[in-house]
Design a protein around this ligand. Structure first.
Ligand code: NDP
Length: 684
């Protein structure tokens, strides 16, 4: 049998392992299948290559350029994912497990790419929040902006998700504009290496943006400086050792940690046997115990059920576990494959021994279980094991010892506040789930346990058909947790990208801020175009270009007509005395929506042209009532432009309605889709 040399990709070259390499065994057969690692990792060369080649190329791109790159990369991997499936069987994972790791990783990258296009600008500066008015007249304003860190991101990943674990960190990092150095866990690094090879072969990534260090990292962390980030996933002990390295502390190097946690699932007090919730609870617990043979950072370790239902839960979960076929992960009939290595199997058994000092094993025997299609003595197989802890208040190991395998402990609670106290004994977890049909239970759990959890997952008969599962971190939502879980937050949409950017408070005049952000800011200089802005294509119309319309008088007939035409005969528009009794109005006033319609009537240029559609309106505020006899006029200014498709881009207009005294009566942002003069280069 050939033993694969898992290589590292450093400074643009693939480097083979040397004599110091570690052996890697097949989880199912126990055979040595690969080796990885080099005694020397030239940390200086790795970092220098990332900074001088990778970072330069990435930072020249806009967020949208990088988002398009990520999408292309994800689609490239999607077409070639069979290669990764084939390799992953040797990690002990089943085809169902591959869908979580490989397809889950690709899907995460696609979502981050899509968020980059929809929620980040087609520029180089991300705006965090709106303009802050720092002065009375508006000549001095503030804006928080985020720019890419000018360092490298070192990703130290866990063994359990060799693909997802890399892609879920890589996508936000590259979207931010920061080059990545990936160090996968050695036991499964051959899968990561294959995925990196695919990404590099695609030619989609600029040189220097992705490097791979398999085996040990050498003294790379000792070379990191204040602009660098370490994102770690793995055990609490390793996280503690790494994050307290003097160099990282001295340089305030950002350290994002996602580490083992004692995640719990609570069976709601209402979810009695016979309800859809009870069955759902049992199903979710079974899935979390057996998927990836329980080697998931989000897996349920503590099953917290009403005291009166403990026996029923043990019986129902045991029943399901009994049907779990353990064996060769390549066999489609197998439900649960092997653990990643014999070392991991031994570790789980040691942790089980610790749990057994406080809890009784009620299902599963590591010395007596059936393995189908594989040799139980050679592979890292274990059966699912269920424990029952009769006194969870007095116990401590069941709340702090994570057996990272198909192991969970059932414990009873007296009332909901007791359940919350127990769930919080985990001292900070990635996720807790609550299966309940009672919204009040959900509210109480959020108030009592939210502070201890990165994610709270509620499921019941209404959501179960579409719910994504207790154990699935979603790219849109925060993944990470406080305290024991590491104190980090990965993912969470754009939140995950901001780990690799610096937020800076920028203060200055509106013109300064306009130059920095690329968006028009109220108070900044405006300009007048050669023709009406609606006659100008997306490329022609300029940021700050402004149209000032003439005035239009609002009459009582207009108000009456609008009221009866639309059916909006609200008293403030129709009844003088009633309107006067209202503290906001001097008497009958014009409808806000009438003003918006009149505004459009004032500013549009009606002929067919580059403005294709009005797609929305944001941040509308009516600031002063308009009465019959008042005259309104409009200032329409181009605030921001964003390329959207090959055919059109979005123009965001700042619209201000003023009355005859120049007082602002309404303000909003209008969105239109505008055609290009020609297809922009970046989209060609
Ligand atoms: P480790 O914490 O040992 O390893 C995690 C990562 O850190 C691996 O890439 C590992 O590399 C690397 N690493 C270890 N030591 C160093 C070091 N000194 N310098 C740089 N990198 C280092 O976790 P394991 O993967 O061994 O798993 C052990 C336990 O961690 C599990 O049993 C489980 O309890 C928990 N765990 C939690 C996960 C989670 O997502 N929350 C995921 C996986 C594990 P290498 O593999 O080369 O040693």
């Amino acid at each position: 049998m050939t033993v694969q040399d898992v290589q590292s990709f450093i400074a643009g070259a693939w480097l083979a392992p040397d004599s110091s390499a570690r052996d890697i065994r097949d989880a199912v057969t126990g055979d040595v299948i690969a080796r990885a690692g080099r005694a020397q990792v030239d940390a200086g060369a790795v970092i220098d290559h990332a900074l001088t080649v990778g970072a330069t190329a990435l930072r020249a791109m806009t967020f949208h350029d990088r988002a398009r790159m990520l999408k292309a990369l994800a689609l490239y991997l999607q077409e070639r994912r069979q290669v990764l499936y084939d390799l992953s069987f040797s990690t002990g994972a089943t085809q169902k497990d591959h869908l979580i790791d490989v397809d889950g990783g690709i899907g995460t990258m696609l979502v981050i790419a899509s968020k980059g296009r929809r929620e980040m600008p087609d520029g180089h500066v991300y705006l965090d929040g709106g303009i802050e008015q720092l002065s009375r007249k508006g000549s001095f304003v503030g804006q928080h902006v985020c720019t890419p860190l000018q360092g490298v991101a070192v990703h130290i990943n866990a063994f359990n998700f060799p693909v997802w674990g890399m892609l879920e960190k890589l996508a936000p990092t590259l979207l931010a504009g920061v080059p990545a150095i990936v160090k996968p866990a050695t036991t499964t690094c051959y899968v990561t290496e294959a995925c990196v090879r695919l990404m590099l072969e695609s030619g989609i990534l600029p040189n220097g943006t992705l490097q791979l260090v398999t085996g040990d990292l050498g003294d790379l962390l000792g070379h990191l400086g204040p602009q660098d980030v370490v994102s770690f996933t793995g055990s609490a002990d390793t996280a503690y050792t790494l994050r307290s390295a003097p160099n990282l502390l001295r340089n305030s190097v950002r350290f994002v940690a996602e580490q083992d946690s004692l995640n719990a699932s609570i069976l709601g007090p209402d979810a009695l046997p016979g309800t859809p919730e009870f069955d759902l609870f049992v199903k979710e617990v079974h899935r979390e115990m057996t998927t990836k043979a329980g080697q998931k950072c989000t897996a349920i370790r503590r099953i917290i059920a009403p005291q009166a239902q403990v026996d029923a839960v043990i019986a129902a979960v045991s029943d399901r576990l009994r049907g779990t076929v353990i064996g060769d992960p390549r066999d489609p009939a197998t439900c649960m494959g092997a653990l990643v290595s014999d070392g991991q199997r031994r570790d789980v058994l040691e942790k089980c021994a610790t749990l057994a000092t406080e809890a009784e094993r009620v299902f599963g025997d590591p010395d007596a279980f059936v393995v189908h299609g594989a040799d139980a003595a050679k592979g890292a197989f274990l059966p699912p094991m269920l424990y029952h802890c009769a006194d969870p208040d007095a116990a401590s190991h069941v709340h702090d010892t994570e057996a990272f395998g198909p192991v969970a402990t059932v414990m009873g609670y007296r009332d909901l506040s007791h359940a919350i106290a127990l769930v919080n004994r985990g001292q900070g977890s990635l996720v807790a789930s609550v299966i309940t049909h009672d919204p009040e239970v959900a509210r109480e759990v959020v108030m009592g346990a939210g502070a201890y959890h990165g994610r709270l997952y509620f499921n019941n008969r209404d959501s179960m058909a579409e719910a994504t599962g207790h154990g699935s971190p979603l790219p849109h939502m925060v993944h990470g947790g406080p305290g024991r879980a590491g104190g980090g937050e990965e993912l969470g949409g754009v939140r995950g990208v901001l780990h690799y950017m610096q937020r800076t408070a920028v203060q200055g005049s509106p013109d300064i801020l306009k130059a920095v952000t690329g968006e028009w800011v109220p108070g900044a200089t405006t300009s007048q175009g050669p023709v009406h802005p609606f006659r100008r294509s997306f490329d022609e119309v300029q940021i700050g270009e402004t149209l000032h319309t003439g005035e239009r008088e609002v009459t009582m007939e207009d108000i009456e007509h609008f009221a009866h035409f639309t059916g909006d005969t609200f008293y403030a528009h129709m009844d003088e005395d009633a309107a006067k009794r209202n503290p906001f109005f001097p008497g009958r006033v014009a409808h806000g929506y009438l003003l918006l319609s009149f505004a459009a009537g004032l500013f549009v240029d009606p002929d067919e042209g580059p403005v294709l559609a009005n797609t929305g309106l944001d941040n509308l505020r009516f600031q002063k009532p308009v009465s019959a006899g008042d005259r309104i006029k409009v200032q329409l200014t181009v605030k921001k432009k964003t390329k959207r498709t090959d055919d059109y881009g979005e123009v965001r207009w700042h619209v201000i309605l003023r009355n005859q005294d120049d007082a602002v009566v309404a303000e909003y942002e209008l969105l239109t889709m505008n055609a290009y003069s020609s297809t922009p280069d970046s989209l060609a």
